[in-house]
Structures are given as C-alpha cells and as structure tokens.
Design a protein around this ligand. Structure first.
Ligand code: GLP
Length: 239
C-alpha cells in the first residue's frame, strides 16, 4: 500500500457507508463470498448499514461465509454477552439472512485448524479490520510476528484497560484470546482497515509514516500489501 491508500472520509457515517457499499457489491457479484469480520465499536455502523440495506434491498447472505478475527478465551459465564460470538449475532447475523452454519469463530479447540479452514472455503475475499490504540489488529499485540497464524495470545495491559469499558472491573477482562495471526490476515484478497476517533490518531500517524513492518505496530504488517485501504475520520486523521 502507499500513502494514497489512506482515505479520510471525514465522518464515521460516510466511512461506514463506504465500506458497507463495498461489501454489498461483493455479496451481489459473488453470492458465496468469504468475509473476514471484526468486532469492537469501529465496525458497528458498517453492520447497521448492511442491515438497513438488507431490509430495503434484500441483499442475499444465504451463501455468504464469514470468519471472525478473534474471540476471548476464558470469559466468565456472567459475561457471556461480551463474547465476540454474541456481538456478531446481536449486531449483524440475527438481522440478515445469513446461515449461522457458515459463520466461523476461532476458539481454543479449532485455533490450529482455523487457517486451513479459511483456505478450504476459498480464502477471505474482503477483510474488515479495526485497530487498537497500540496499533494491534485482531488481537495481535506488539511486538508482533509477521508469520503468526491463528493461535492463543496474551493480551497486553493497554488492551485489557481499553476493553475494560465493557466489563464491571478491569480484572474481569480475560487476559487471553484466540486471534487470527498477521500471516492469516495478510492472506485476504482485499483489506479495509478503519480507524475512528482521536484515540486512534497516534497509531494511524505511525502507520502512515512507516515504510516497512515494525513489530511494535502490528498494523504495519499491511504496508507491504497492495490491496489495503485505510479509512479514517476527521478525528483520527492527522494530515
Ligand atoms: C479489540 C479487538 C480488535 C479491535 C480493537 C479496536 O481489542 N480485538 O479487533 O479492532 O480492539 O476496538 P474498537 O473498535 O472498539 O476501538
């Protein structure tokens, strides 16, 4: 990717609509496409646009296959509604006609087979990514390994702190997760990384200025790849 691959679409609404429209065109042109999905606050509006479009235009998700990026490991039962699985069902899957048997999540048991499973379905056509304030993508924390596959990872203190807003206590945030690796993510045919709000500005600035992979900024693994678009809003944009 080069510097022209950074798009400032000014507002979360415009940026999310742009990404949603890319997904809708793909689903219409390739009804059995494979989507790589992310959780967190960043993609929420994209999912809202997809639902709105589904209600209006009946875009058909019957044969679409999805792979989520990551999931917590060891989540206490009382926080079942904080799982990424729950998040996807609530914010997207239950509101479109996707077949839940075609929706995949990494977990402790399947982590070693997850990349092979993705490949067996034809590979990810379109990957959505958010970014952590420390530059992580999925749960690939710094220092990150360019060759990492889907595996169990330890979360850093800064990620636990950032994600504690969804829990009663910081100590309730799981300290482990299962995440697609950088290698796994880089296999996608097209990647859209979205970064909204001023907390992401620093990571985006570093990403923009780097010319090569820096393990301390996991998102910089995308630099050597062509088909990557970084979409920012006015608050996360520094240029
Ligand atoms: C989480 C997730 C990432 C996500 C990131 C940003 O820890 N593992 O996949 O992109 O943090 O989250 P948010 O979009 O809520 O800022």
């Amino acid at each position: 990717m080069n510097k022209n691959n950074f798009l400032n679409l000014e507002t979360i609404e415009k940026a999310s609509e742009f990404v949603a429209n890319q997904i809708i065109s793909l689903v219409n042109s390739k009804p059995n496409c494979v989507l790589g999905l992310a959780t967190g606050s960043t993609p929420l509006k994209v999912y809202e646009y997809l639902i709105e479009d589904y209600q209006k235009n009946k875009t058909n998700y019957e044969n679409v296959i999805t792979f989520n990026l990551d999931e917590y490991v060891g989540l206490d039962k009382k926080y079942a509604d904080k799982s990424y699985h729950y998040f996807m069902n609530k914010n997207l899957f239950s509101k479109i006609n996707i077949n839940l048997n075609n929706t995949y999540f990494p977990d402790e048991k399947n982590s070693e087979k997850y990349d092979t499973l993705i490949k067996s379905k034809g590979g990810i056509d379109f990957q959505i990514l958010g970014i952590g304030i420390n530059g992580h993508i999925g749960f690939n924390e710094p220092p990150a390994d360019l060759n990492s596959k889907t595996r169990i990872v330890e979360l850093t203190d800064s990620t636990i702190k950032a994600n504690s807003r969804f829990f009663n206590e910081e100590s309730d945030v799981p300290n482990r997760a299962v995440s697609m690796g950088l290698w796994s993510i880089l296999q996608a045919k097209q990647i859209f990384l979205m970064a909204f709000g001023k907390s992401k500005k620093n990571a985006i600035e570093k990403l923009y200025k780097l010319n090569d992979f820096d393990p301390n900024l996991p998102a910089s693994s995308l630099i050597k790849k062509d088909n990557v678009i970084v979409i920012v809003d006015q608050e996360s944009s520094f240029y």
